[in-house]
Design a protein around this ligand. Sequence first.
Ligand SMILES: [Zn+2]
Length: 705
Amino acid sequence: MRFLRLAVLTLPVLCLATPALQAQDLPAASAQADPSVSHCIAPPEAGAPGGESHGLNLDDLDRTVKPCDDFYRFAVGNWLKNNPVPPAFSSWTSFTMLADHNRDVLHAILDEAAAKAAAAKLGSNDQKIGDFYASCMDEVGVEKAGITPLKAELDRIAAISSLDTLQKEVAHLQRVGTGTLFRFGSIIDFKDSTQQIAAAFQGGLSLPDRDYYLKVDDKSVALRNLYQAHVAKMFELMGDGTDAAAAHAKTVLSIETSLAQNSIDRIARRDPEKNYHKLSTADAQALTPHFSWTAYFSEMGIPGTANLNVAQPDFFKALDAALASVPLDDWKTYLRWHLIHSAASALSSPFEQEDFNFFQKTLNGTKEMQPRWKRCVIATDQTLGEALGQAYVAKAFPPEAKAAALKMVQNLRAALRDDLSTLDWMSPATRQQAIAKLDAIDLKIGYPSKWRDYSPLQISRDSYLGNLERAAVFEHKRDLDKIGKPVDPTEWGMTPPTVNAYYNSLRNEIVFPAGILQPPYYDPNRDDAMNYGGIGAVIGHEMTHGFDDQGAKFDAKGNLRNWWTPEDLANFQARGDCIVKQFDAFEVEPGLNEKGKLVEGESIADFGGLTIAFRAFQKTLEGKPRPAAIDGFTPEQRFFLSWATVWRSNVRPEYARVLVNTNPHPLGRFRAIGPLSNMPEFQKTFGCKDGDPMVRPSEVRCRIW
Ligand SMILES: [Zn+2]
């Protein structure tokens, strides 16, 4: 469902895991989960709720591999063999499995809500989730409608007759959920984290990243040709003749390529300083003489906006030049493409299937589409997440899970405080600031204390696309209404059933949705060792994000401000460079390695989080009789086995390429072993010898926290 991928401009928000496929026009580190490709068909696996084991599943191990040679294979080798990626998925991991299970829970809730919606109070959340889901499930109605629900929008584009009306239409399309030209929304001011400001980010592409338009190797060229053929096919489905459709596809590729040429890359997008250029409206206007910000703000319903963060000024300069030079008819073609592209998955099957064929099958290697009910569950979660989320937590989130997570956060925080207090490479001045930042980290567990109010949003059963459009307008207005106002500290960036977690640098907060507080991450019925190696390390990961290469640039209040002495900063950066080199060396397939600089923050967080979780776990053992081995493994060994279980993953090669090129999270197999091979704690636990593959030589071994 691409229709609701709104401008969520939360650049310095770092989540735990790849939120399935990221929309190309969302920030690289967006917390916004877009599970539209974490599809499924297979039943929940062992380890997920309902599976046979809440502890370690011994059948998952591959004992033909030595733990000191390749701990990932040892811990989950048989799981990898026995759990190929199901046809409707691009990857199959602990995350996608649990998300798939959560979808079953949501399915039951939505089936019931749909059956009872007519009797529910009009305007209530129950009526809205029930009717929204039912409108999506109305396959006959969607098929019968074909492209007619888009007719009014297509007519508007056809009526564009000047640069002014073009700009108006761009604003309109953004409001109804079609990303065009650039992204716009509200964001917390990087340098005054109490305030929301307007922000404009580069955007306007359809492929996952600018590099897809620019690279000239054979594979990239072949993929671009397939993309152009797909765009042509979509124009044909809209009624264009074959030649016209082909010419239009060429135009789209040409415009998007020029936007790509003027976009900054993924690594630069991780640097907050490079993405912060707060300008007065007059200064922004000087940057783009052919694009009127005043007219745009009026169209958006925010006429008094005095300033904005033009995140990538060079992109907007180039965009302005393009507005002046590209013929109006070409822009109309470009808008028509983006409209059909964003709406395709909500239209009749020829559109939906063709969209799937390129964006899922070709790009990610996914073999088949999810069943309709699952697509509709995902769409409801994306559209009415906090209405559906209330029903979800009432049904599936026990208060004990919240209490346990809270206790672990306290223990993890204490362990990190001990570490910061004793770290030998940090001076007292920096240490004091670091501890103040740690103590100030805010915590959210399970679900929001204040739920989103959907009362202005009308949902009815008669048109799925109509519901999506109204929901996009509602969400867009909700977002823009924040501009110029103080930050709402209760707001959440993920819905409650989400299997993920995040750290927000601008709020200095860590957030754990109810959806992840389940096996294999957390289980009240298993020992501390497994829970600390699972959710404990997840908590440590999010906490450590406050001190990774990006998070460390923000202070305790969430402001972009250096609080490091020059020596400490240089020392910290050198330690980060060690991680960059380690991940640069991980080979994904011949000719493609992880990009160390892109995954630096996530890898620092994995390493720091696991280290802190191990210490917090050891604290729980103090003053008690030592627990006996279970299944032949000591508590420490079970801790590390639990960690590997979190990162087990089968990924289709096509999707692995997309991730490595665009995503700040390394692949699971490298996340599992990267930190361990730096940790003396791991070496000791499994009795590995110097020189073993899982033990990095001391001269290249990394250590930060
Ligand atoms: Zn992370």
